[in-house]
Design a protein around this ligand. Sequence first.
Ligand code: NAP
Length: 294
Amino acid sequence: MPAKIIDGQMVAKRIRGEIGAAVDDYSKTTGSMPGLGVVLVGDDPASAMYVRMKRRACERAGIRSEARILPAASTQRAVEDAVRGFNEDPAIHGILVQLPLPDHIDEEAVLSQISLAKDVDGIHPINIGRLGMRGREPSFTPATPTGVMLLIDETGLPVEGAQAVVIGRSNIVGLPVALMLTNANATVTICHSRTRDLPAVVKRADIVVAAVGRAEFVKGDWLRAGATVIDVGSNSVPDATSEKGYRYVGDVEFDSARQVAGHITKVPGGVGPMTITMLLANTLTAAQRIAVID
Ligand code: NAP
């Protein structure tokens, strides 16, 4: 029997409905809107598109968004000043630095400037450190990995005790997903470009999270029957039948994987819609926490 589809679009829509209602309550109680500040450096078209998508999603949710768009040649100081400006702005409750930053900018130094209370992307080195340490709580968890965990929850299957394989170890996806799965008591294997016999490692997994950045890389015959497969990948491939001339596919070969997996996400319509939704949820939480403190 083909795998059940975990519908990220539907889950995201449900959560955005809840966020919309909570934002209304927040605005009625405080007379103001939750606010997200975005720092974008340079003119990378993909980054600019992500920032536009985040702005539109904020508008629809009743969240104010403000972007500081800086030229690619900006100094370290100018980028850090943009972050510090948002730290000091009482109308901004959450801060997102759009990555990647240009090569000459020290990313860690910039991210370290984000106030922990406003780190709605959970990317401050202290928050990532807390995520990895027992008995510590980050102020926020990163958006895409949090979305991945919610999609796994949708299956209703236990994560505790499960064998999980995460393919990819990036700071923004693979590593934090692996830490969150560990915190949920899965037994986690992290794979990367030097992993030997990846198909054999993947075969052991009850849960597979693919965050590789290679189109249709994970094949159906790598999977254990009934596995839960979360495809984070978003790769554009040429497609003469599409108006744009390209389409997006994941890191998993969907057609073959669907025949073996128990549950699987699609691309598009899986992890993607969850990422922005988690950012909205964290921005609302940041605003609610500050309102309670006030
Ligand atoms: P990344 O920084 O390029 O990391 C890719 C990871 O995959 C690295 O750890 C790399 O290993 C590993 N890898 C590369 N080739 C491999 C191979 N042949 N075998 C095993 N592992 C291999 O990418 P990322 O930022 O994590 O993004 C991953 C994918 O997710 C991309 O398609 C991206 O577009 C997508 N993404 C989607 C969302 C969303 O909201 N849907 C958000 C973020 C990212 P090494 O560490 O050894 O180099």
